[in-house]
Design a protein around this ligand. Structure first.
Ligand code: ZN
Length: 181
């Protein structure tokens, strides 16, 4: 399994299911799924992907923040598999920013998320890891975490006026950011 996987699109019931807890992290198929998820996310200029998005309903996602044409201002990090992730604590403060989703192509939405979260997850080599995440990476985590519970970013948008078509987003938001630095 060394090729890009097919992405489940909005309307597919798999995206609305609660995903299963993973018990056997050494499982060969799980390890292959992780490799394929990383390949799929990076190949499609995604900064994250959750297993249910490739029709594998398990509590696993990849966080792979890096600058790319869809997210030019993203911080660079090594793609990280997060298994059975949990949010342990979060800031009071929420911030709104734009999100997209490989399962909802062509649409961007302004989504409120906690600015800082403390998380726990098991890494692909079976180690329990705790981390404090802020801003964009915290946003990716919360977006992917929602996928494990059958939630998509559209559910969190506060007004339909906070939705933009992709080209409008590129024209109005990305170029505007570039001008103002
Ligand atoms: Zn998504």
């Amino acid at each position: 399994m060394n090729q890009s996987l097919e992405i489940a699109q909005i309307g597919n019931p798999i995206l609305r299911q609660s995903a299963q807890f993973i018990h056997n992290i050494q499982d060969e198929h799980l390890q292959q799924l992780i490799d394929a998820l990383i390949l799929t996310a990076t190949g499609k200029n995604g900064v994250g992907i959750a297993a249910p998005q490739v029709s594998a309903s398990y509590r696993l996602f990849i966080v792979a923040s890096r600058p790319n044409p869809r997210y030019p201002n993203a911080p660079e990090m090594k793609p990280t598999a997060m298994i059975n992730p949990r949010i342990i604590a979060h800031s009071e403060k929420m911030v709104k920013d734009w999100e997209g989703c490989l399962s909802i192509p062509g649409i961007r939405g302004l989504v409120p998320r906690y600015q800082t979260i403390e998380v726990e997850y098991t890494s692909r080599d079976g180690k329990l890891s705790s981390q404090k995440l802020t801003d964009f990476v915290a946003r990716i985590f919360q977006h992917e975490y929602d996928h494990l519970d059958g939630i998509v970013f559209l559910d969190r948008v506060q007004s339909s006026q906070d939705l933009l078509q992709e080209e409008e987003y590129q024209k109005r938001i990305v170029q505007n950011c570039d001008r103002t630095g």
